[in-house]
Ligand binder design. Sequence first.
Ligand code: FAD
Ligand code: COA
Length: 403
Amino acid sequence: MHTSLTPEQERLRDRARELASGEVAARAAEVDRTEEYPWDNVDRLKAAGFIGMTIPKAYGGQGLGYLEAVLAIEEMSKACSVTGRIVVETNMGAISAVMAYGSEEQKRLAAGMVLEGDKPAICITEPEAGSSAGEMTTRADRRGNRYVINGKKHWITGGGVSRLHLIFAKVYDENGVEEGIGGFLAIRDETEGLRIVKREPTMGLRGIPEAEIAFEDMEVPPSALVMPPRGLKKGFADLMNAYNSQRVGAATVALGIAEGAYHLALDWSEKREQFGRPINEFQGLQWKLADMSIQIAAAQALVYKAAASAGPTADGRFPEMVMAAQAKVFTSEMAIRVTNDALQIFGARGYSRNNPVERMVRDARMFTIGGGTAEILRTVVASGILGKKLPQTRDGYLKPRAG
Ligand code: FAD
Ligand code: COA
């Protein structure tokens, strides 16, 4: 029980818990084994109103805040992290950027697709530009009344199942002069030149594809460019600001996985007897369980605080950058420790692929990497608390900055 939740939020969480612990939990092992995107869970989420919750009412959503989305993500992720991630990406990240910065036409398009069950893909990372995303080489060249986009992205969540894509690219004017990093909307199977190259075989989170995507002379009209309020020069900063919502979402999935594993271990520690007593009568395990519960409580407080920092609705607002980074660093590292401890409490049975904890260990491992690594996010936190820009390039302080 979290004391600061309103009765409506508690009801929403209880509804999410019911769905998660029933039909979603029952599917989780199969989703992992088959590595197939759980379209049936998308339908369940849609029917229960957990898709597009943060989309303003004027566009068909519920106009709720990130905290409400977090409550649903947390519950789903306790049972099935893949389903939790679907709730993230239909309420945060690309959809939030479009709803905040998009034109009327873009907002209607994106809201409509998401509410129908499409999980948009956000395409930032490239083979040679991961943490240093600003060094991306995917380019959008203005040619008359079109932009021509060329480049390659990899590790794109949903590549091959997502239809709507928000693609980050360096924008060049007619004369080849760089204008900044912009975000373009394209639709798989509609926008020619968008090609899913291959799927990455992953350690965990296997029900959602991670894909390499190529843009080959992909032509889009200027109306595909999501124009942030401060224009193209500051566009990257504004897009990253929107991305803080997804960082809170990723932290929430990690939190949910840890909670799921903890509860399984707690339950097992009562059932399993050795030396004639439940194993939770050994102090070594009592302290392990206590530490797990403390870390989960701390992580939950950070995640809720970061989500609430955006205000009561998601309408054009985002979680604060430092809080989002703090929440993701702590929660992602906590989830690795807690799932690992949960497996330990199960002994050999934890190492079996028949035990959900084995899947949770694999699933949790991702969150210190995707969405900004724990190292990069520590730099974000340090920059915030020190009030200094901390460029990471060798010549960082000398590098000319756009704007
Ligand atoms: P690198 O940047 O090559 O980093 C390698 C190591 O060096 C890391 O430990 C890193 O922390 C460290 N390092 C790098 N620079 C510094 C520094 N300045 N200080 C200290 N340490 C540093 N990307 C998308 O665009 N869209 C997605 O949907 C998406 N989904 C993903 C899903 C999964 C499952 C995964 C694993 C990744 C996903 N990514 C996605 C990519 C992810 O954002 C990148 O992996 C991440 O930003 C790190 O980039 P990299 O893998 O190239 O690592
Ligand atoms: N929220 C708000 N603003 C942000 C931000 C965030 N999370 N991250 C960066 N910005 C702003 C900076 O304040 C800066 O604004 P300014 O020019 O007005 O001062 C601008 O964006 C550029 O950031 P900076 O840190 O100066 O740029 P950089 O070229 O050194 O790039 C990043 C560093 C942003 C790429 C790096 O910190 C990062 O986040 N890497 C991980 C990328 C990632 O999360 N990928 C996930 C893909 S799914």
